[in-house]
Design a protein around this ligand. Structure first.
Ligand SMILES: [Zn+2]
Length: 410
């Protein structure tokens, strides 16, 4: 069997290219054939330097521009559920009008974004910023395998940039930064006794009552970070206790999850939880795991210009509530946003499908911004073909609820 190849990246529309990329199956751990096809297609382009690490392919310009932008997407998908090869259908859109949709595994998460990046890598040969295109492996599985994380360890210079765009599905909206997450185990310790002589023991389950009351009464904050509003959440997500139905339990525990704004460190988040539970006796609080959030970094001029350009095409701008790979860029000191075609609520669904027009519009917005012909170009100057010849209006960064879908949890 001959190795799969991709059609001409420049001559094929982003939607048709999405179809071709989807039809090279690449479930996590099985990305090699697609990575090979991507590498071959990119090596044919004279204006790009192409690098490879495992099944991750990186291609970048060296134009000596003052800023560099990373555009990244993962090549892998969750397992196929009788939904490949892809097919086209006509369905009713949100506004009731008929629209063409591409159906099948990867059409949302996230081969539309990958195809947009491949098409622009080939066609935007003279961008106003230097661009690093990253196509990586193992995003849909355990974080220790993540190709982006691996490259950050082995070749951090490949990811160096002023700003990063992850083309994950956001339905064409800009989702910046993400909340952090902290999980703690709150345990109480009592003394066992036969329940017929309960006064000889001390009930650890009863000691959880004030913990649950404090959590139930707690009102989470909304914290504004770099212009975006992050809603926090502090919740009991599990409870355990009890030995036998005739015994006073000597141990009980509640698992607490705190989703915290990216302005807090995990250490500050832990202190926040301790403060909420301060004054309750007999508690032991243990951190089980935590992951820092990511600031959206939208105060950086390059990021700011991207948001203006996307907003001018009608994109909403809001925070990301799930934890995503933007946090990996944040850890490298690179502000990052998600921007890609596909409704994130359909990611991993058996009925995964994406309007072809959305793939096209994301490609247009990103391509014009990189070429500097949109209303705001990445080098900060108003583009040559701004909307109605005017500079981009100041973007309202207030939360757009439609832009804040949860893609996944940590
Ligand atoms: Zn994804």
């Amino acid at each position: 069997m001959s190795a799969p190849t991709l059609p001409d990246l420049a001559a094929t529309s982003p939607a048709d290219l999405t179809r071709a990329v989807c039809d090279v199956p690449s479930v996590s751990g099985d990305e090699r054939a697609l990575a090979d096809a991507v590498e071959t297609a990119l090596r044919a382009l004279d204006h790009l330097e192409v690098l490879r690490d495992g099944e991750t392919v990186v291609a970048r310009t060296h134009l000596g521009r003052p800023s560099r932008v990373v555009v990244a997407g993962h090549l892998d998908t969750v397992p196929i559920k009788d939904n490949l090869p892809t097919w086209l259908e006509t369905r009713d859109g949100a506004d009731g009008s008929a629209q063409e949709v591409l159906c099948g595994r990867g059409t949302v998460d996230m081969k539309g974004g990958v195809a947009v990046a491949l098409h622009l890598a080939a066609t935007v040969t003279d961008p106003v910023v230097d661009v690093t295109w990253v196509f990586y492996d193992h995003e849909e599985v355990d974080a220790s395998l993540n190709g982006l994380g691996r490259v950050a360890r082995t070749h951090p210079d490949w990811l160096a940039a002023d700003f990063a765009i992850l083309a994950e599905p956001t339905a064409g909206n800009v989702e910046g930064g993400c909340n952090g997450t902290l999980r703690v185990e709150v345990t109480t310790t009592g003394r066992t006794a036969h329940s017929a002589r309960a006064w000889r023991g001390h009930n650890a389950v009863h000691d959880l009552a004030p913990v649950l009351s404090a959590l139930a009464a707690h009102e989470s904050e909304t914290v504004t970070v770099d212009g975006l509003d992050y809603r926090e959440g502090l919740n009991a997500v599990g409870i355990s206790g009890g030995i036998a139905t005739n015994m006073i339990p000597d141990r009980a525990g509640v698992t607490v999850n705190f989703r915290f704004a990216p302005s807090r460190t995990p250490e500050q988040a832990e202190q926040y939880v301790r403060d909420v539970l301060a004054g309750i006796d007999h508690l032991t609080i243990t951190v089980v795991d935590s992951a820092a959030g990511a600031r959206p970094g939208l105060d950086h001029p390059v990021a700011r210009a991207f948001v203006d350009a996307a907003a001018a095409t009608g994109a909403g701008v809001g925070p990301k509530y799930g934890w995503t790979d933007v946090a990996r860029f944040s850890a490298l000191g690179v502000p990052a946003v998600n921007f890609g075609p596909g409704d994130p609520n359909l990611a991993h669904a058996d009925d995964e499908h994406c309007p072809t027009a959305q793939i096209a519009s994301v490609a247009t917005a990103l391509g014009e911004w990189l070429r500097g012909v949109g209303p705001a170009s990445p080098d900060g100057a108003a583009g040559a073909e701004g909307v109605d010849g005017t500079a981009a209006a100041e973007t309202d960064l207030s939360v757009n609820e439609t832009a804040t879908t949860e893609e996944r949890t940590a």
